[in-house]
Structures are given as structure tokens and as C-alpha cells.
Design a protein around this ligand. Structure first.
Ligand SMILES: Nc1ncnc2c1ncn2[C@@H]1O[C@H](COP(=O)(O)OP(=O)(O)OP(=O)(O)O)[C@@H](O)[C@H]1O
Ligand SMILES: [Mg+2]
Length: 249
């Protein structure tokens, strides 16, 4: 994001640097309006995520986990507070700059895969690279490499509806990681998989992120899944708390 102004997180000296957190959220508030009623989902939420850190995000259904991921990805905007990504205030970036930031530096793994049904597995994985202007040869090499890593080389020409749930999720992981983003946002990536496939997919995600020192925010309802993280936070009453203790699991 060359040429964009950076801001300092509160309580720090100097501008963005490799030592500073990759993501800083300060006093983030998000409301939804429904039938003239305000529904406050996030209230004064603070978060710091370091480079290479793996964070598990727990919280009951409807607590705002997906809402938070959408804000961190710049898909949606906070009503107040600010979110800094590598020093860039997402809230003050225009739509084109936010799209570029997301395209280049963020990988999003959606709960329900969100694969494009008319594209093959390989074409789905190639998409982020093509959007980022990679040359055809580099696209082919990278797609081949990551499909091999997720064990899907032989399914490269299959369309999403010809793939099992676990295979689709592995394509979704490959697509989220193929452009080597700094931040991976994973919204219940194992929520729809059986225990064995879930463990396999999780191991894959953990290994790929670890090798590339990518930061990971992993939304899950499972404490077992959350174990791969360095830190656990629970979203409750619109804000984040350390650990899962206060919730009955
Ligand atoms: N576009 C929207 N318009 C209105 N309300 C919304 C919208 N998106 C989410 N909400 C509401 O915001 C709250 C938080 O939703 P969100 O999807 O972030 O929860 P979640 O923690 O991800 O839940 P789950 O674990 O079920 O996925 C819910 O009450 C939801 O109904
Ligand atoms: Mg959700």
C-alpha cells in the first residue's frame, strides 16, 4: 500500500514498523438497523493482533464474530472507532483502496466455502492471483504448488459441485492463501466437516500459516479447534475478553 498515510496505534511511538501489531482495533462499534431499531453488535471493541500470531475467536452464535471479521477485512465499515491494518486506517480508505488491501494482503476463508460454481478448483484458486495481476506462468506454478499442498492436484479440473465438503474447504483454503496474504481470516473453517476431515483441514491451515508467518484469526465454536491458536479471545456483549472461561462449553 505504498503512498498511503499510516497512523499510530494509541500508546505507541513512531509509525508502522515490523514490530508493531499487524491489526489494531480501537473502540470499534458496529450497529445494524432493523425496522427502525438499532441493534448494537460490537461496542467499544479493542484488539491487537501481532504478525504471525494465531488468534482463536470464540463466542456464542450471534455474538458478532462474522461481523468483526468483515470489519477487519474492510468488507464492512465500523460506525465508530478505528481499525488499523499495518498502520493504514481502513475507515478512511476509499472503496478502491480497501479492495486493493483486501485483495493483496488478506485471505478470507468463508464458512460456506463461497467457491464460484462455474469455475474449476484450479480456476477458483487462480482468481486472487489473476486479480493481483500475476503473469500466466506464475499463476499456473503457484496454483499447481498449493493444490499439491492441499492434496487436490488430481481434482484440479473438478467443479465445486463435484467435490466433497472437505475438498471444497481445501480449495477455499488454497484460494485464501495462494497470494500469500499477511492476514488470514477463517470463519469456522471446520464447521461443516466431519471430525477427521476437520482435523486434516485444520492441520493444513496451521502448517501453511506457520510456514509463512501469517497472522490468523480463526473463528470457531470448538475449544479443540481453538487449541491451534496462540491466544483465545471470546466475543461477548459486544466486546472481547481473554480466554473461554466464562462460557459454558
Ligand atoms: N446485515 C445485517 N443486518 C442486520 N443484522 C445483522 C446483519 N448481519 C448480522 N446481523 C446481526 O448481528 C448479530 C451478529 O451477527 P454475526 O453474523 O456477526 O454473528 P456470529 O457471532 O458470526 O454468529 P454465528 O456463530 O451464528 O455465525 C446477529 O444478531 C445478526 O442477526
Ligand atoms: Mg458467523
Amino acid at each position: 500500500m505504498a503512498g498511503l498515510a499510516t497512523e499510530k496505534p494509541s500508546g505507541t511511538a513512531g509509525g508502522a514498523s515490523p514490530e508493531q501489531p499487524l491489526v489494531v482495533a480501537e473502540g470499534v462499534r458496529k450497529c445494524y438497523r432493523e425496522a427502525n431499531q438499532q441493534h448494537e453488535v460490537l461496542t467499544a471493541l479493542d484488539l491487537r493482533l501481532n504478525r504471525g500470531e494465531r488468534l482463536a475467536l470464540l463466542g456464542r452464535s450471534g455474538s458478532g464474530k462474522s461481523t468483526l471479521l468483515n470489519l477487519l477485512a474492510g468488507i464492512d465499515q465500523a460506525d465508530s472507532g478505528r481499525i488499523l491494518f499495518d498502520g493504514h486506517n481502513i475507515g478512511t480508505l476509499g472503496e478502491p483502496a480497501r479492495t486493493l488491501l483486501r485483495r493483496r494482503r488478506i485471505g478470507f476463508i468463508y464458512q460456506f466455502f463461497n467457491l464460484l460454481p462455474t469455475l474449476t478448483a484450479a480456476e477458483n484458486v487462480a482468481l486472487p492471483l489473476e486479480l493481483n495481476g500475476f503473469a500466466a506462468g506464475a499463476v499456473a506454478d503457484r496454483v499447481e504448488g498449493i493444490l499439491h499442498q492441499v492434496g487436490l492436484s488430481d481434482r484440479r479440473h473438478a467443479f465445486p459441485d463435484q467435490l466433497s465438503g472437505g475438498e471444497q474447504q481445501r480449495v477455499a483454503i488454497a484460494r485464501a492463501l495462494v497470494h500469500e496474504p499477511d492476514l488470514v481470516l477463517a470463519d469456522e473453517p471446520t464447521g461443516n466437516l466431519d471430525a477427521e476431515t476437520g482435523a486434516q483441514v485444520l492441520g493444513l491451515l496451521q502448517g501453511l500459516c506457520h510456514n509463512r508467518r501469517q497472522s490468523l484469526v480463526l473463528v470457531t465454536h470448538s475449544l479443540q479447534v481453538a487449541r491451534i491458536a496462540d491466544r483465545l479471545l471470546t466475543l461477548d456483549n459486544g466486546t472481547l475478553r481473554a480466554g473461554p472461561e466464562h462460557l459454558a462449553w
